[in-house]
Ligand binder design. Structure first.
Ligand code: HSE
Length: 438
């Protein structure tokens, strides 16, 4: 059988990795796919030929639209990233009857509903395993491996750069900016690294995971998103005193009132496996009704780990080229007509536990004022710790861990606590999840 012709858009970190993995493992890939897979044309503005052995034998253009319009190409791999022109290119490829493989989480989270509808209409596939958690086959696991289950919740460390920064700060006391620069050098960070630090990248990925887990349309605009830039070394240390680690989690949970969809720094018990996922590694913990908890772990960013997922998608597409489009695995795991309109919960309605850090005047009655405010709102305290004041400072840090409470109640309590004359500055609040799997 003739090889399948592929057009590659982008020869950067992931594009280069994809080119090299496809070439290096060509023999194994033919044995798996049943057909050869060859990149015949690529689009890139700049690339390093020395890092891409064999690149001289294919046509490289700087016009990505020429690749999507090339009638000899069957599959487009989009590795340009960002919203535009990626959206336009992907829709054009679909209109031209080509299958698409993409690693672009921003594109899928923001425009996936439109893209999948277009693909459905044309009977082509859009595969996006590499969009979430780099090399971990989490899309396949959720969409196929767990298809028998009702998924209850999932929690993931789904941004490698953020996890790398938090880990280096904790273990080596390194400076935030210094670690971020290294992540950029290693090709982990987004073109705009605030997407990593402020949680936007994780929110893109969580949007995709939630849709596949619960069968709801993609709703990026409804994700509560909080970054890690306000996390201090003190918070990391106090959390450790209580037996917790701070991780930047994406969390989605089905509740009776709707779906929680949130990205924020989170204290998790240090004995949980996921609390020990360090560096650029990602992990997703899925709680489902039949199988119970399952944990997926691996490299969440980087050239060849991400290429691993891209190439696996290409092989999947090649294997199903002759299959009836109606019988393929649906893009969002559930049949398009069976997607549910269950609402996404506003953050005020979410129920979670909290870590609070406040700076108080060291005098009698202060703690009782604070605990009265919490108690009046039905907020129960799990643990409390007053630290020694720093040398020459009159105020003392107080750390409180609470049991679960609705966010609205906690917001109200924090407002009241900050209004006390004995409390200085703002209250630091970090959410806390036990991730119980019983
Ligand atoms: N910037 C992303 C990360 C790349 O750090 O996880 C992989 O999506």
């Amino acid at each position: 059988m003739n090889p399948v012709n592929v057009g590659l858009l982008g020869l950067g970190t992931v594009g280069g990795g994809t080119f090299n993995v496809l070439n290096r493992n060509a023999e194994e890939i033919v044995r798996r796919a049943g057909r050869g897979i060859q990149i015949t044309q690529a689009a890139a503005r700049a690339y390093d030929p020395a890092a891409l052995p064999g690149i001289e034998s294919i046509d490289v253009t700087d016009d990505a639209f020429a690749v999507v319009d090339n009638p000899d190409i069957d599959i487009i791999i989009e590795l340009i990233g960002g919203y535009e022109p990626a959206r336009e290119l992907v829709l054009k490829a679909i209109a031209n009857g080509k299958h698409v493989v993409t690693a672009n989480k921003a594109l899928i989270a923001m425009h996936g509903n439109e893209i999948f509808a277009a693909a459905q209409q044309k009977g082509v596939m859009v595969a996006f395993e590499a969009a979430v958690a780099g090399g971990i086959p989490i899309i396949k696991a959720l969409r196929e491996g767990l298809a028998a289950n009702k998924i209850e919740w999932l929690a993931g460390i789904i941004n490698g750069t953020g996890n790398f920064i938090l880990t280096e700060m904790r273990d080596k006391g390194r400076d935030f900016v210094d670690v971020l620069n290294e992540a950029q050098r290693l090709g982990y960070a987004e073109a705009d690294p605030t997407f990593d630090i402020e949680g936007v990248d994780a929110a893109h990925k969580l949007t995709i995971l939630a849709s596949i887990a619960f069968g709801v349309p993609l709703q990026f605009d409804k994700v509560y998103t909080e970054g890690i830039s306000h996390i201090t070394r003190e918070d990391v240390g106090y959390a450790a005193d209580f037996g917790y680690r701070i991780k930047h989690l994406g969390l989605t949970r089905r509740t009776a009132r709707g779906i929680e969809l949130r990205v924020h720094p989170t204290l998790i018990p240090e004995r949980r496996l996921i609390a020990n996922v360090d560096g650029v590694m990602n992990a997703v913990l899925v709680k489902a009704d039949a199988v119970g908890p399952t944990l997926y772990y691996g490299a969440g960013a980087g050239s060849e780990p991400t290429a691993s997922a891209v190439v696996a998608d290409v092989i999947d597409v090649v294997r199903t080229l002759t299959a009836d489009p109606e019988n393929r695995v649906p893009h969002l795991a559930f049949q398009p007509h069976a997607l549910s309109d269950v609402p996404i919960l506003p953050m005020d309605d979410v129920v979670t536990a909290y870590y609070l850090r406040l700076l108080a005047t060291d005098k009698p009655g202060v703690l009782s004022d604070v605990t009265t405010i919490l108690g009046k709102r039905g907020i129960s305290i799990e643990a409390i710790l007053q630290k020694e004041p720093a040398a020459g400072v009159a105020e003392v840090p107080i750390i409180i861990l609470t049991h679960s409470v609705q966010e609205r109640q906690m917001n109200d309590a924090i407002r009241q606590i900050e209004a006390l004359t004995s409390i200085h500055g703002t209250v630091t609040r970090i959410r806390l999840e036990h991730l119980d799997c019983d």
